[in-house]
Write a protein that binds this ligand. Structure first.
Ligand code: GUN
Length: 282
């Protein structure tokens, strides 16, 4: 039977509409500062989308487009200024930083005030997540959890397999599924017999960035398949890790690319910025 398609675009629109309503009820306007260093075209696209989302939600946004030559100290000084500003509730530094220019990503993430860390990448927020405390959740895995909830998929007691162990997606995804009482396995490039591990999954999340990685033979009949990746096919069309057409014949639920996890990631940034504004007494 063909899978139910999880409509991330529609869910994200609902989510942003809720944020916009709640923003109207605040005592002050939430503010998000987005920093982009260098001219990576994918990063530029993401940052443009964030500005558009903020406008839709009634969130004030400010962009810092810094030349690649700005340097670590210059970047840290922008962050420090933003940390001290009351009108700015959230700070996001678009990753990756330009390669080979001496940037230290860890130090940059550490410099952001954890209470303005709407990306959820600061080690304080990572620690809070892994110990079950209230924190900003990284937007992509938070968006995936929202999608599961919206479609009535409860991870409790389920075999959950996450492919990919990045700090941005794989690791926090595993933490959130674990917190929701799933039995979680994290796979990576050194995992022997990846197909066999994936076939155990009731919920399979792929976050690698390799087109064609997840084929139908790796998916259990009736599984929930979440595709986090954003790749391009040979014609330049957006696609994920999952062989969508074949897997959709076997899965119970599947996310498309585009129109799946991507829009939900963007919506979760708006949710986090609203939450940051609330924390700052707005
Ligand atoms: N680069 C790719 N995804 C993200 C994200 O969610 N946040 C930031 N800051 N950079 C990214």
């Amino acid at each position: 039977m063909a899978a139910t398609v999880i409509d991330g675009k529609a869910l994200a629109a609902e989510c942003k509409a809720r944020v916009a309503e709640e923003v109207k009820g605040l005592s002050g306007r939430p503010g998000l500062a987005v920093i982009i260093v260098g001219d990576d075209p994918a990063s530029r696209t993401y940052v443009n989308s964030k500005r558009k989302d903020c406008a839709e939600c009634g969130i004030y946004s400010e962009e810092y487009a810094l030349p690649a030559e700005t340097g670590q100290e210059g970047l840290l000084s922008v962050i420090q200024t933003l940390n001290g500003r009351e009108d700015i509730d959230g700070i996001l530094c678009q990753l990756p930083l330009p390669a080979g220019m001496g940037y230290d990503e860890e130090e940059v993430l550490l410099a952001i005030d954890p209470d303005k860390d709407v990306d959820g990448f600061h080690p304080v927020n990572v620690g809070r997540l892994s110990t079950g405390q209230k924190c900003f959740l990284p937007c992509t895995p938070a968006g995936v959890m929202e999608m599961l909830r919206a479609y009535g998929v409860d991870p409790e007691g389920k075999e959950c397999v996450v492919i990919g162990r990045s700090n941005i997606v794989g690791k926090p995804m595993a933490m959130l599924l674990l917190a929701a009482n799933g039995t979680v396995t994290v796979c990576h490039s050194r995992t022997p017999d990846l197909p066999a591990v994936c076939r155990r999954a009731d919920i399979l999340v792929s976050a690698v960035g390799r087109r064609g990685l997840v084929t139908a033979d790796m998916v259990k009949e009736g599984a929930v398949v979440i595709d986090v990746a954003m790749n391009r096919d040979e014609r330049g069309k957006l696609c994920g890790d999952v062989d969508y057409a074949a897997v959709a014949e076997k899965a119970a639920y599947i996310t498309p690319v585009p129109g799946g996890v991507g829009p939900m990631t963007r919506a979760m940034l708006m949710v986090n910025t609203l939450e940051a504004a609330r924390r700052h007494g707005k």
